[in-house]
Design a protein around this ligand. Structure first.
Ligand SMILES: [Zn+2]
Length: 684
């Protein structure tokens, strides 16, 4: 059966053209014939009257040879007029791969794609692909493609099972393949329960690790427990991990000839997991504060922590159990060398502030018996403002604002959005000024503590604001409302001073990872074994990505051409959006507002090229004022009221410092509420 490979004569070299023409026994440039070869390779030379080949023939021929869709779609892209020369293709050539086809790359790309696709669908696709001679080496089964282990080693632990995936092997894998060279790394450890069934109580407890120096690496599990309840024994649950961790801290990790030092940065956990790991009283108990010796008071069926000036716990006082009613056992973490057990457990602001204090404050606005409870008129005003903001929320936020009617379903990122950005705009005038000022203390303090730049200037001020917020909390929200979360606000600044901005030790990245872990489970049966297999597959596909040089870890600038009219003074390429300092900025709302190095606030109208450099054309706000004045001028923490756009001007992209959210003060208003974005984009 003859087969033909087509080429556009314009696209081949003169030498190749001559060879093709010779092969095709061309009579003339305008009138040529093609010599066919039979299946057995015998030549049919000498036959003079052969039918001219038309594109229709080519399609028919290819249908007959059984080359499936990949070849046909290739052909369908070719216009009739493109097909000017037909090159005979022998059967022996048919078995050879095209010059630019790399089977290994193809397989790696396929396995990367298949890791997120149901097995049955991948198997169906493999069956089709294998019918192509080029791809017959592909496996028939998805599990072979993904290198899925056939057996998962688990051991019984109390009423559940535990699988230890290993710390050292995973660290070695990451450090060997990571693009960034590091001399030392510090580990963050997260432990949390992940319910996977509401009815049975089935839950996973992964031990997740993040590397502070490599924030692009998503947290990875080194051990996972599964049971109907949380692990019974902390010693059992953490035993394997602690043994391996101690060895790693002692010996480091050898990567080639380099020895990479490893240390513990922190344990990031919510209050129940922290109590479990440290073997201390739960957060509802009287002596539960992990940082100071405050004793709670029982008021209206709740434990309230009204004293903000108690003596602080220290590594020594903890190890010696000086406050014996604080402890319920002895934590195995004491085996870890050189660990300051109190400082190593910072207070995570995702649980403490976003899901804790911010939620508590908003719930008090909607229900409860205190003066802070709002009238339906004011609640409606808040909801209208939240609705107004929706279309101005940039791509840096995974969620749009929702009404307070849905408050019980708000996620941590929604509380963070309210606390850091939209809260001042929404609450201004819709709550009484005392409550508003009180909220602004929390808002300002957390904005300071999340920004490296603001911490360097105002960290002590943030501490004062939080103390003020906590000490005035009972007057507004009731004496019984100073919960474990509210009280612990007074301790969070000391964690920032020792460990860095709040995002460095927040649980957002771990929470995101837990959700992706939940998604890989395909059926309720044996979730631990399933999870371990999916993790091995993911590790294998990560390797594939590295081999391809297409690791998605590095956040490269991303751009896309636009066909808009290019303004005077600009040349191509122009961009519809571009990534700058980790932010996606664009020439249209809601991603068009940036803060320049100079402090100017600019609305982008065009992103293009000037003299070979990326340049933005934008309009600067002429008037930039404070949105609030107390507790401090809001412009100091990146909150502005901006108006009157000036004529367009150019700025090099390198002058863009950050991005901001801009919301019109009212419908159709040309004065805007502007909030500089501060939270870590790795945690979105
Ligand atoms: Zn305390």
């Amino acid at each position: 059966m003859p087969k033909y490979r087509y080429k556009n004569i314009e696209s081949v070299s003169e030498r190749h053209k001559r060879r093709l023409l010779q092969k095709a026994k061309i009579v003339s440039n305008d009138d040529f014939e093609v010599e066919r070869e039979g299946v057995d390779g015998s030549c049919c030379s000498g036959v003079t009257e052969q039918p001219r080949l038309s594109p229709e023939h080519i399609f028919n021929e290819n249908e007959n040879v059984g080359h499936t869709s990949w070849l046909q779609s290739d052909i369908s892209d070719v216009q009739d007029e493109d097909i000017e020369i037909l090159e005979p293709l022998s059967d022996s050539e048919d078995e050879q791969l095209p010059i630019d086809f790399d089977f290994s790359t193809f397989r790696n790309e396929l396995s990367t794609w298949a890791s997120d696709i149901p097995q049955s669908k991948v198997n169906s696709l493999l069956k089709i692909l294998k019918s192509c001679p080029y791809l017959k080496e592909l496996p028939s089964d998805c599990r072979t493609l993904l290198k899925t282990p056939r057996h998962t080693e688990v051991r019984k632990m109390g009423c559940g099972v535990y699988a230890h995936l290993g710390l050292r092997c995973l660290l070695l894998d990451i450090l060997q393949n990571n693009y960034k060279i590091v001399d030392s790394i510090s580990l963050q450890i997260n432990v949390d329960g992940l319910p996977i069934s509401k009815s049975s109580g089935s839950q996973l407890w992964p031990i997740l690790i993040a590397i502070v120096e490599l924030p692009e690496i998503i947290p990875f599990p080194v051990g996972v427990y599964h049971g109907k309840e949380k692990p019974e024994s902390c010693d059992d649950f953490m035993g394997n991990f602690i043994d391996e961790l101690c060895l790693t801290l002692d010996e480091g990790i050898n990567v080639g000839s380099r020895n990479i030092k490893v240390s513990v940065h922190s344990f990031v956990c919510d209050a129940p997991a922290r109590a479990f790991l440290l073997q201390i009283k739960s957060h509802t108990a009287y002596s539960s504060c992990p940082k100071c010796t405050v004793e709670g008071d029982y008021i209206k069926n709740r434990v309230s922590f009204l004293d903000s000036h108690c003596s602080l716990r220290t590594n020594e006082s903890f190890r010696e159990k000086r406050d014996d009613i604080h402890h319920v056992g002895t934590t195995p973490l004491l085996k870890i060398p050189n660990l300051d057990i109190v400082a190593a457990f910072p207070i995570d602001y995702m649980h403490l502030i976003c899901l804790g204090v911010m939620r508590k404050v908003l719930l008090a606005f909607t229900k409860g018996s205190y003066s802070v409870r709002l009238s339906s008129q004011n609640l409606n005003l808040i909801n209208l403002r939240l609705e107004h903001i929706v279309s101005f929320v940039s791509s840096d936020f995974v969620r749009k604002p929702r009404s307070l009617k849905e408050l019980l379903r708000w996620k941590a990122t929604e509380f963070r959005q309210f606390l850091l950005y939209t809260g001042p705009f929404v609450l201004n005038g819709s709550v009484c000024s005392t409550v508003f000022q009180h909220f602004l203390c929390l808002h300002t303090a957390v904005r300071i503590l999340i920004s490296k730049e603001l911490i360097s200037k105002y960290v002590d001020y943030a501490e004062e604001l939080l103390l003020y917020f906590v000490e005035n909390f009972p007057a507004l929200y009731g004496e019984e409302s100073v919960s474990h979360n509210v009280h612990n606000l007074i301790h969070i600044t000391s964690n920032v001073k020792s460990l860095g901005p709040l995002d460095v030790f927040s649980a957002f990245k771990f929470e995101n990872r837990l959700q992706t872990i939940k998604k890989v489970l395909r059926k309720p049966d044996k979730p631990l074994q399933q999870l371990c297999r999916r993790l091995t597959e993911q590790s294998s596909t990560q390797q594939a990505k590295k081999l391809l040089g297409k690791s998605d870890i590095e956040g490269a600038a991303c751009s896309k051409s636009v066909k808009n009219a290019i303004p005077l003074g600009f040349t191509e390429p122009a961009y519809s959006y571009i990534k700058c300092n980790g932010f996606k900025i664009a020439a249209k709302p809601p991603n068009d507002c940036v803060i320049m190095d100079s402090g100017d606030i600019v609305v982008i109208r065009f992103i293009g090229t000037c003299n070979g450099s990326q340049v933005i054309l934008g309009q600067k706000f002429e008037t930039v004022e404070n949105f609030f004045l107390n507790p401090c001028a809001s412009t100091k923490v990146g909150i502005y009221k901006a108006g009157k756009l000036l004529n367009p001007a150019k700025w090099p992209i390198s002058k863009v410092k950050g991005k901001a959210l801009r919301v019109p003060m009212g419908l159709g208003s040309d004065v805007y509420f502007v909030a500089e974005l501060l939270h870590s984009l790795h945690d979105n």
